[in-house]
Design a binder for this molecule. Structure first.
Ligand SMILES: CC(C)(COP(=O)(O)OP(=O)(O)OC[C@H]1O[C@@H](n2cnc3c(N)ncnc32)[C@H](O)[C@@H]1OP(=O)(O)O)[C@@H](O)C(=O)NCCC(=O)NCCS
Length: 181
């Protein structure tokens, strides 16, 4: 990939672009994976503050801790040439019961208008050193068994298939992969 890309934590400077990113997904009815609460929270400033708060147990709020949520870091993939928000990737710091079975450590998405240009592969690759930094020595990533693009993304970063598991809420089969860091 020749373009210069930067992985950065969500910040208020990108509020407008985050709102546009969200709208692009809503317009095409696509799954907003790896964006935390972006689908639910319309106000980008509220979303960004929530994402920042959720990075630490101390700030994520009693209600979320009681629901068994875990701290997570929300990154954006930015293309430097035009400062465009290309993708979002969320790193969950450790497992709860749901994540250990179905959700995995990492979720991500690339905005529909920027797909099939190799950005997902690059974004996942760029996120792995951070996973190591926070103490993980391997990460699990899952995808719906028909999501060829995500499966190829995971495998391009060294993902090794482990098993397929049925997720009863969404009624889908999820493939589970592990990447050693
Ligand atoms: C999955 C997703 C992140 C891929 O993003 P992307 O930037 O288009 O992916 P890349 O361009 O890096 O392509 C990755 C691989 O998938 C392939 N691919 C991408 N889109 C594809 C498609 N629609 N059908 C088949 N293969 C596809 C690419 O050719 C590439 O494979 P290759 O290495 O053999 O060439 C994007 O489609 C997305 O955001 N989907 C909705 C959210 C989602 O499914 N997230 C993953 C949840 S587990």
């Amino acid at each position: 990939m020749r373009q210069k890309l930067v992985l950065m934590k969500v910040c208020f400077e990108y509020a407008k672009q985050i709102a546009e990113y969200r709208q692009e997904f809503l317009d095409c009815g696509d799954s907003m994976d790896g964006c935390g609460s972006l689908r639910r929270i319309e106000d980008p400033f509220e979303y960004i503050q929530r994402s920042i708060d959720c990075e630490n147990l101390e700030t994520m709020g009693k209600d979320r801790i009681e629901k068994g949520r875990v701290p997570a870091t929300q990154f954006m993939l930015i293309r430097e040439t035009d400062n465009r928000l290309i993708g979002m990737i969320q790193i969950r710091h450790y497992f709860n019961d749901y994540l250990s079975k179905f959700g995995g450590h990492i979720g991500y998405s690339v905005r529909p208008s920027e797909r099939r240009k190799g950005y997902a592969k690059e974004m996942l690759k760029m996120a792995l050193p951070y996973c190591k930094e926070i103490g993980l020595d391997k990460v699990m990533i899952t995808c719906i068994d028909s999501n060829v693009a995500s499966e190829k993304t995971i495998c391009s970063c060294g993902g090794v298939y482990e098993s397929t598991i049925y997720e009863p809420d969404e009624k889908v089969n999820l493939k589970r992969f592990w990447i050693s860091l």
